[in-house]
Design a protein around this ligand. Structure first.
Ligand code: ATP
Length: 297
């Protein structure tokens, strides 16, 4: 089931398309990483989906076309920095939000627990660290127990501990069955949680790719130049426990996509079989480089 489907979503400001025909699909259970440089159009895209800015062209569906009025009740969001009452505690902020949305306040302790703010007591939100503020912002997005969370740059500006806290929390929320759409330009962090990515550049969606496909494309490869690729492959296969999936040959090189624990043993085995090895290199094609290439267009 698709939680969000957009079809050619476009936004123009003064005749400039800052979001340009974006069609993407977020499946139930996804942590969808929406990746792009500053100014790529991520926030504008999110604002259109949340009904916070008018759409110039295109359309979108939430929950397979459920009426927008009811669908919106199933969506929680956090856009950039959260709007908090600085002179109120976490509990009081949530209290106000529950009143605004007509939601039972009994849910507040569970939300505080989820976002790791149960023991902040009388501390005012204005005195929170940036990470705590972001977590409270996500707590506010959780009021009403939404099925779909849309988070715009929730880890922007956080220190490494703050980032880990948010990541672990989002993974827990996914386990609870929530679908999450998260925009970010911190690629390394998204990589640790996203199940699917949409890469935007200059307002356009340049690629949609699953985490699995990305791992296949970007895992590091060992490249061995040999005198006889057929003979070498049969020896290398033994080191890969017989799986041919991770082995490719091209001209006089064998590409190994899996990690080989003992490369020394492998070169010895090749040498003993009379194969001349003229080079071994690791061809790192990390996800980060992949994203950057795509984002640069
Ligand atoms: P960031 O990570 O910096 O927030 P972003 O990918 O979210 O970047 P947007 O904030 O969506 O990008 O901005 C996309 C482009 O649209 C930018 O060039 C921005 O200046 C422009 N823009 C956004 N809002 C408006 C507006 N209200 N009026 C005119 N231009 C706007």
């Amino acid at each position: 089931m698709y939680i969000l489907e957009t079809d050619g979503l476009t936004k123009e400001y003064s005749h400039v398309k800052v979001v340009d025909g974006v069609s993407l699909k977020v499946e139930q259970g996804d942590i969808y990483g929406f990746v792009g440089k500053n100014g790529a159009g991520k926030t504008t895209f999110i604002r259109m989906v949340l009904g916070l800015t008018r759409i110039t062209d295109g359309s979108f569906k939430l929950f397979e076309g459920e009426s927008l009025k009811t669908a919106k009740k199933r969506v929680g969001s956090l856009i950039e920095s959260p709007a908090l009452f600085k002179n109120m505690t976490a509990q009081q902020n949530l209290d106000v939000y529950c009143t605004m949305l007509g939601v039972d306040k009994k849910t507040i302790p569970a939300i505080l627990e989820t976002v790791g703010l149960s023991d902040t007591g009388r501390k005012k939100a204005g005195d929170f660290s940036l990470g705590m503020k972001q977590r409270l912002g996500i707590g506010l997005a959780l009021v009403g127990n939404p099925d779909f969370l849309i988070l715009d740059e929730p880890i922007n500006g956080l220190d490494p501990t703050g980032i880990v806290d948010i990541r672990e929390m989002l993974l827990r929320l996914k386990e609870q069955g929530k679908t999450i759409f998260i925009s970010s330009h911190i690629l390394g962090e998204l990589e640790k949680m996203a199940t699917r990515y949409g890469i935007v550049s200059n307002g356009k969606l340049v690629e949609e790719i699953s985490a699995k496909e990305l791992a296949e494309k970007c895992g590091s490869r060992t490249v061995i130049k040999v005198s006889d690729t057929v003979k070498a492959s049969s020896i290398i296969l033994k080191f890969l426990e017989g799986s041919t999936d991770n082995l490719e040959c091209e001209k006089n090189s064998v590409f190994i996509k899996a990690k080989i624990e003992n490369i020394g043993e492998l070169t010895n085995a090749l040498f003993n079989a009379g194969i001349v090895v003229s080079g071994i290199t690791t061809d790192e094609n990390s996800a980060e480089r992949y994203f950057i290439n795509k984002m640069e267009g």
